[in-house]
Structures are given as C-alpha cells and as structure tokens.
Design a protein around this ligand. Sequence first.
Ligand SMILES: NC(=O)c1ccc[n+]([C@@H]2O[C@H](COP(=O)([O-])OP(=O)(O)OC[C@H]3O[C@@H](n4cnc5c(N)ncnc54)[C@H](O)[C@@H]3O)[C@@H](O)[C@H]2O)c1
Ligand SMILES: [Zn+2]
Length: 367
Amino acid sequence: MTKLTFTTPTAVSKIIIGDGLLEQFVSLVDISNYTSIFVITDTNVGSIYLPKLLEHLPDTTQSTTIPSGEEHKNINTLNHIWNTMLEAGLDRKSLIINLGGGVVTDIGAFAASTFMRGLDFVNIPTTLLSQVDASVGGKTGIDFGGVKNSIGSFTLARYVLVDINTLNTLPQREKLSGMGEIIKHGFLSKTIKEDSDYLQQVIHHIKTPKPETLESIILNSIKLKIQVCEQDPQEKLGIRKVLNLGHTLGHAIESFSIENDEVVNLFHGECVAIGISLESQLAVSIGILSSEELNRIQQILLDAQLPISCPLNSPKDIERIMQLLKSDKKNTGGIVKFVLPTSTQTAQWDCEVDEQTIEKLLSQQLK
Ligand SMILES: NC(=O)c1ccc[n+]([C@@H]2O[C@H](COP(=O)([O-])OP(=O)(O)OC[C@H]3O[C@@H](n4cnc5c(N)ncnc54)[C@H](O)[C@@H]3O)[C@@H](O)[C@H]2O)c1
Ligand SMILES: [Zn+2]
C-alpha cells in the first residue's frame, strides 16, 4: 500500500493506492466524526462492489445508484442525487463516498461539493481512467448544454482510495480507454518533471503488459498529476493547463459522439487519444513539432490499441465540431486555445491555431 498527499493552500487530499482497500475502508478513513454515510455509485459498479463495501460500513449507511454512462453525467442525474441526499436526511456532517468510474467521481463529487454548501467526500475510483486521473486533482462537474464539464467546481476529496483489485472486472476496452490518459501523462512527463522516464515505462508496459508494471504506472501517473496540480490547483497560473493535452479536440469529439447516434459511441480516453493525434498534426502545421515526432506520438497510441482519427461523415459534422470547439471552457475572448506537443514528452499551452487550419485537418477526417 502506498500513501500520497495532495496539498493545496486550502485543503489536503490523502491518496491511498493498493489492493483490498474496499474491505479496509474504516481502518483507512476515520469516520468517527461523521453523522452518516451516503454512497453514490452506478448500475454496473453498484451491482459488483456496493454490497462488498456496505459489508464494511455502519448498518445505517444509505446509497443511491445512477445509470452508467457519460450521457447521464448531467443535470437530471444531479437533480436525482440531490433529491435522494435530502430524502436520506443528510446533514453538513455527513460523508459521501463516490464508488465508480470518472462519471460517478465527477458528478458525485460535484453533488457533495454543493449540497448544504459542501460535504466531505471520499472517491473510490474503479476504472483505470478514474484511478490515474478523474478521481485525483479536485475537478468535479457535469456536462451541460451539450458542453463537456461546463458546470463544476474545484473541490478536493478528503481521501481517494485506489483499489487495484477493482480493475479485475473492468472490460478490456475501458482499460484501453484508461491508457489514453496514462499515455497523455507520458507525453507531458518532461514538461512536468525534467528527468522523468515515465514515457519509457509506459511504452515498455504497452509492449509487455504485466500486473506489477501496471500498478507502478498507476502510482507514477498519479504522482505526475499531483505534481502539476499542486503547483496550480485551480488552473490559474497556467501549468495545470498542460493536462488538457488532447482535450480541446477530444472533448468536442466526445460531445459530438454523445449527441450523434450515427457515430460509434467513443469512450473518454479514446477521444483523448484522437485529440492528441489531431492536435499533434496541428502542432506540425504551426511548426512546433517535427513530422518524425508526430509519427512517434501516433505510433505509441496505435501500439496501445487506441484510435488516432475520427471518421466524420459530412461537412455538417465539421461545422458542429467547430461549434463545439468554440464553446470549450478553456477558450478566452472567443479564441480557441490548445495544448500542443512540442516533442513526445513536452507540450506548450495557450497555443492558437487559425480556423482554416483546424477545418482543413477535420476535412481530412471525412470518410
Ligand atoms: N475530474 C477530472 O479531472 C477528470 C479527468 C479525466 C476524466 N474525467 C471524466 O471521467 C469520465 C470518464 O471516466 P471513465 O472512463 O471512468 O468512465 P465511466 O465512469 O463511464 O466508467 C466506464 C464504464 O465502466 C463501468 N465500470 C466502472 N468501474 C468498473 C469496474 N471496476 N468493473 C466493471 N465495470 C466498471 C462503468 O459503469 C461504465 O459503464 C468523463 O466524464 C471525463 O470527463 C474527469
Ligand atoms: Zn480526460
């Protein structure tokens, strides 16, 4: 078991990584000061892990189960969660546990951070993606008005319990989706930490996957994320923006895939991989990345069995993606801002690319 702390000027989050943590909840988290405990989970995770967790919590613990999937990370589900929290009689001294993937940790943490002006919460991430990224770092929220994560807060979990055992039931495509964010941290490794060899570790794992190396990658991936977030907890100074690599185009493509029934439903990490690949092409267009480095970036994504392009059907699709890009919350003054790679291990934030260059790139995605 490894314990890390993530400290900001106003809060501390304890992150514990190991196996069998669900069963050890009460010995890891001091629950003596809370009046009640309320668990938020989704249908898939709830059916596998909720009974096991409840076995190790006080008998008075209550819970709510939301439908699984990104399309439910919205105001209706949030409304339902708030209602069930009220009905359960929670007060300001209640503790919330978010048990699930990034959808549950994002929406559950937002519900907790707003209910009665904020309740303490613990995240128990159960997907690879949420273990290395979504559950750590304090960003909470929902999708609103068709725009990803457009409503939310920065609120730290008191604890994040990363129980590696929960990955045993995770479908393979979800594991690969998690690799999207793991590789993203690799592509940023030297911007975050000058002497990092994390990308090499990830490439080695992609070629020869082993459970021990995965556990070490999860730990190092979380460490890299904490290192950036501690320097710039609320993304005000700039450095935290690097974590949005692949996410400007990635989020637009993800929203497009949610609203468009004709397009195959893409997972978050898959959209990030497509975003990284396309944004790397933009980086080549504006002369900050060499074609050789672009090829290396795309090859690493392909080796990890992740997609590097997004098949679009018509010019209308391009128009919609351009519209979504313009409503991205990272923009300032109506200008779309990108994080673009400058090598396989470094990136630059606040890059501007003219609309014609983006449209030209998207038109190359037409089937
Ligand atoms: N807050 C942040 O900093 C941050 C960072 C990255 C991603 N995110 C968000 O995270 C979300 C994506 O998270 P995700 O990929 O975990 O998706 P998810 O929460 O939808 O989980 C993926 C699927 O796996 C199922 N599942 C979860 N754990 C399981 C397990 N152990 N066994 C079997 N099935 C399991 C879920 O029910 C779901 O169907 C997106 O909304 C994204 O915006 C947030
Ligand atoms: Zn992401």
